[in-house]
Design a protein around this ligand. Structure first.
Ligand code: T4K
Length: 379
């Protein structure tokens, strides 16, 4: 097989028809209103409330997911305390904690879901713990009932980093209905995006006033500033992209499901490659998945590295999300703890290309490249 002519990246953003975006831009031009709670943002806000089935008082939009997390953590008073979280995630989860003065404490992950393990998290709780921040890694839900139970038992906030989990439902309910609050990232590399962007959905409607203040410098009027806020507002061009993409979210998810099934079926006869079982609903919850990522596990690090490199030779750029573990990065080395499952998974995982427009020629080519390498490797 010859290398692909054009590079196949791990993801590509879905883009709506250019004329639709241009039409929306004309309205923005006419309004001469570009940011600071403009009309397109208000429309997007209302549509998202409908999509999540929550009142408009229980969500807030941001210019990116990282600042949404930071502001949420600040508003929930986590500064000065410990927060139990996972090392198997993108750095933003812990950066947001550290940057507001909370100390991340790392616990191991569940080998089936690859999300924070509630039993391991419980062992790390101390009198200084203020919250638990699990991540719905790749959009696969955490054990939400167990975390609710921990929250009640220890009086802790449960705050989900749901950056990957837009559109996911658990037992027929939106994933945002679990825990005290959830953050969804709308970055361009996400299943659903607004160029850059982030959304908070929360239970306590009093939080809206706080986070809305903090994302606008905490100024209340021309003469009042009540806290140390920042600038984290979503602008009108971002909101427009979000409005247009929300129209097609069901199609985006269906398309990724086809890609996931093509990989799963294509790899089914190959030894040394494993799909995550919970995507086939065997993790105790009835889940409506979003197929945001396509992670596979290899038997060991060496095999994963060989596949990663071989794909590159063929112009296919898979990614090792999330390797190395967050606790192997400089800012977190001192926070390291025993997380052997997370270490093992980080060494063996590879996320394969998946995005709207990735066709059958690409998926079957990728399967063939891996198949040839692993079969040759085995013999
Ligand atoms: N929590 C979690 C669990 C997260 O995963 C993230 C973000 C956050 C919090 C923070 O949310 P945000 O503040 O980002 O809203 C990417 C994303 O930048 C990041 O948003 C994401 N997680 C992370 C998992 O992936 P990189 O450094 O891998 O991105 P990059 O530039 O290498 O792009 C990935 C691929 O996408 C490349 O092959 C190129 C392609 N691409 C990218 C962009 C931006 C395109 O084809 N077009 C594009 O416009 O971090």
């Amino acid at each position: 097989m010859k290398p692909f002519k054009n590079p196949i990246l791990v993801t590509r953003p879905y883009l709506p028809p250019l004329e639709d975006y241009q039409k929306g831009l004309e309205e923005i031009w006419n309004n001469q209103w570009l940011t600071n709670n403009g009309p397109v943002l208000k429309k997007f806000h209302g549509q998202l409330a409908g999509y999540f089935g929550v009142p408009e008082t229980n969500l807030s939009l941001f210019n990116n997911g990282t600042l949404a997390l930071e502001i949420l953590f600040q508003a929930m008073g986590l500064a000065g305390g410990e927060v139990v979280t996972t090392p198997f995630t993108f750095v933003a989860t812990s950066h947001a904690l550290k940057r507001i003065g909370a100390e991340p404490v790392f616990a191991d992950i569940d080998p089936e879901t690859l999300c924070l393990d509630p039993a391991a998290a419980e062992k790390m709780i101390t009198p200084r713990t203020k919250a638990i921040v699990p991540v719905h890694v790749y959009g696969h839900p955490c054990d939400v009932n167990a975390f609710d139970e921990l929250g009640r038992k220890y009086g802790l906030k449960i705050i989900y980093d749901a950056a990957h989990a837009f559109g996911v439902k658990i037992n027929g309910k939106s994933i945002a209905e679990y825990g005290d609050a959830s953050m969804f990232s709308f970055h361009s590399t996400k299943l659903f995006h607004s160029i850059e962007g982030g959304l908070l959905v929360f239970k306590d409607r009093a939080l809206q006033q706080k986070v809305d203040q903090l994302k606008n410098f905490a100024i209340l009027s021309e003469t009042e500033c009540v806290d140390v806020g920042t600038n984290a507002k979503m602008n009108e061009m971002q909101a427009l992209m979000g409005v247009l993409n929300l129209n097609v979210i069901d199609d985006l998810i269906s398309h990724r499901k086809v890609i996931y099934e093509a990989y799963r079926d294509g790899f089914s006869g190959i030894r040394d490659i494993e799909f995550l079982h919970c995507l086939d609903n065997s993790c105790g919850y009835s889940v409506s998945h979003n197929y945001a990522y396509c992670p596979v596990l290899f038997k060991d690090l060496d095999t994963r590295e060989r596949v990663y490199r071989r794909l590159k030779d063929y112009n296919v750029f898979s990614r090792r999300y999330f390797y190395p573990l967050l606790t192997d990065f400089d800012p977190y080395r001192e926070n390291q703890s025993q997380t052997p499952i997370a270490t093992d998974i980080a060494n063996r995982v590879l996320t394969l290309p998946t995005y709207h427009g990735l066709d059958e020629t690409a998926t079957s080519g990728i399967i063939q490249i891996v198949q040839e390498l692993l079969q040759g490797y085995e013999s």
